[in-house]
Design a protein around this ligand. Structure first.
Ligand code: DX5
Ligand code: ZN
Length: 224
């Protein structure tokens, strides 16, 4: 896979919320490809973050890059239309949080967004097997959802390889994203296992110079 197929999607969970538009623009200007937008509801996960109004505010501010909306909410369906109208590009959800997985995927697509399913570190691949031909992305969590800044769970790399084989076997056009604890040290291992889309929150936003860290991540990916 050539370097240009890789996507770096900084999670704005670790951005400066008092200057979210500015910080999002800054990370994109520094070479990031997408904005990863973590939605937590204090129900499916214990934390509470941001909703469609904030997504729309980023669009109104002038953010044009794809917004990758990661729903850690239950129920799922009620929020799909609002996030689509707010400007989301991708909407991903956790299958355990949906009453009807196919219906939620359909709803995302009917709202002109790309759809994806998310697996927690402990969730089996069997949860997504029947939906693979219907989604645009699979997101594999390499931390338990809820908070930024957690430590990468190394054993998830086996699942990355497994899902990569499933995607390649049927030649499916699906991005394989990894989210949680990604940093300069492990990004190339995630790519070697088969991931092509990399969420990184604290590893990017905790640096002073976003270009420097993003360039280093890209160089590390380019070396594979
Ligand atoms: C965790 C979120 C992640 C998280 C990533 O629930 O889904 O997107 O913010 O942050 P880091 O890269 O700091 O683990
Ligand atoms: Zn996320």
């Amino acid at each position: 896979m050539s370097n240009k197929d890789y996507v770096i999607a900084p999670s704005i969970l670790s951005a400066d919320f008092a200057r979210l538009g500015e910080d999002s623009k800054k990370v994109l200007d520094a070479g990031a490809d997408w904005i990863h937008f973590d939605v937590m509801d204090n129900h499916y996960v214990p934390n509470l973050t941001i909703g469609p109004m904030v997504c729309k505010a980023l669009r109104d501010y002038g953010i044009e890059a794809p917004i990758d909306t990661h729903l850690m909410v239950k129920p799922v369906d009620d929020l799909i239309q609002s996030f689509s109208e707010a400007g989301s590009s991708y909407i991903t959800f956790h299958p355990e949080a949906s009453d009807d997985i196919d219906k939620s995927i359909r709803l995302i697509k009917e709202n002109n967004c790309k759809a994806g399913l998310v697996l927690n570190p402990e969730s089996p691949v069997s949860l997504i097997r029947d939906s693979l031909d219907k989604v645009d992305m699979i997101l594999l969590m390499s931390v338990n959802p809820g908070f930024g800044g957690q430590q990468f769970i190394e054993s998830v790399l086996e699942k990355v390889s497994e899902v990569r084989s499933m995607i390649d076997k049927d030649n499916l056009n699906i991005r394989l994203e990894i989210d949680g604890g990604i940093n300069l040290e492990n990004i190339s291992r995630a790519a070697s296992a088969g991931a092509d889309t990399f969420v990184a929150g604290s590893a990017i936003f905790n640096q002073k110079d976003y270009s420097e860290i993003i360039n280093k991540m890209k160089a590390s990916l380019g070396a594979i």
